[in-house]
Design a protein around this ligand. Sequence first.
Ligand code: SDX
Length: 432
Amino acid sequence: MSETVKLIVDGREFEYPVIVGSEGERAFDISRLRNETGMITLDSGYGNTGSCCSAITFIDGEKGILRYRGYPIEQLAENSTFVETAYLLLHNELPTADELAVFSRRLNSSSLIHEDMRHFFGAFPNKAHPMGILSTMVASLSAFYPLPDELDLSAEEQFMANLISQVRTIAAFSYKKSIGEPVMYPSIKLKYVENFLNMMFASPVNNYHLDPDIIQAVELFLILHADHEQNCSASTVRMAGSSQANIYSVISAGISALWGPRHGGANQAVIHMLESIHASGGDGREFIARAKQRDSKTRLMGFGHRVYKNFDPRAKILKAACHKLLNKPGISNPLFDIALRLEEAALSDSYFLERNLYPNVDFYSGLILKAIEIPYDMFTVLFAIGRVPGWLSHWREMVHEEGFKISRPRQIYTGAVERNYLPVEQRDKVTR
Ligand code: SDX
């Protein structure tokens, strides 16, 4: 007999089945609730509400566990590459050598964007934020790479590879646009991350040295950002995809959701926070005091998480990577010391401990990007490049689910009750 929960509504007892996940998480399925009881649930921010069952990523926020398709993030960070991790997320298995070679070739062969799209960049003002350019250009891919109504597996595989590859090209092109340099095209000779770095930093008159430590740091950054179950942007992708909207516009919606400072925009906000502390000559205690004031808009950026009530395992990995990268000759970053002091001060402060506010993925990630001279407003763009395989995996899992429905939450209405129309000559402030 499978487990159930009982609800008493208006004196009547209702029973609902309990769903148990492969890691023992439990939920009671309320899909019959409104029809049977006339009531709905209300859960602002969905902190207690599961939107789906998913086999892609597992997070245990209390224990600080993160696994992609069952593989601990620490092992993937240590041994994998972004392309291999993207394959794992999309296909549920680590690729064989042949599968990886086919996938890599697919990515490389689809790394160009239509030449007419290249001219779009000239229409953006120089100071346009690259996240706005990225979401616009990704949505525009639908005009240049129209998809058939019915996608067979091969077409699905191809457009997913296109997106993973072209997002990287669009990102690099938008950077070149912002500095007034000609774009650098992707090279068939370079791997995914090498191509990105070369497109970003090489020029027709400047060869860019592909430093293995810097390549490794970007690989690590992208692996750690590749997925994170039902986060705000992945849920946006599922919501937009549930109407069977064009996949390019669905991913563009995910990019837009990620841009917010509460979500992917936090990595850029962390660096600005550290720089303001550095400029003030302080050690961050005054900033922490402000972040603790209930009425202040100040928050300790890079701290706190809706799910992790312990260390974000990605923050631990990135902190170690910062130590390694910043010990390289010629790479230094005074902000790292400030970050270490800030973390130490916050984690000995009851305000943060009582609220389970620990460093999240964004607290150290920006320091790595700054150390390899990625410009600040490209930080969230790199987060987006990393997250595309995760978004596509969620989209694929949803659209292949038997009888998947359009997402359409309910609400509790709190507005005006019924009233009659008044002709404009009868309206005055008194009647309001
Ligand atoms: C990402 O969901 C994901 O998985 C996202 C992500 C991914 O990989 O996709 O992990 C990536 O988005 C990481 C989060 C990056 N954002 C930031 O670093 C911005 C700073 N963090 C906060 O804005 C906040 O912690 C959130 C938005 C991340 C989480 O907010 P919650 O869980 O809704 O917490 P809350 O707003 O309900 O706050 C609970 C309490 C409040 O205080 P009280 O009302 O109890 O007095 O904690 C306080 C908040 O004021 N609080 C903070 C704080 N975060 C929460 N106080 C100071 N500084 C902070 N950072």
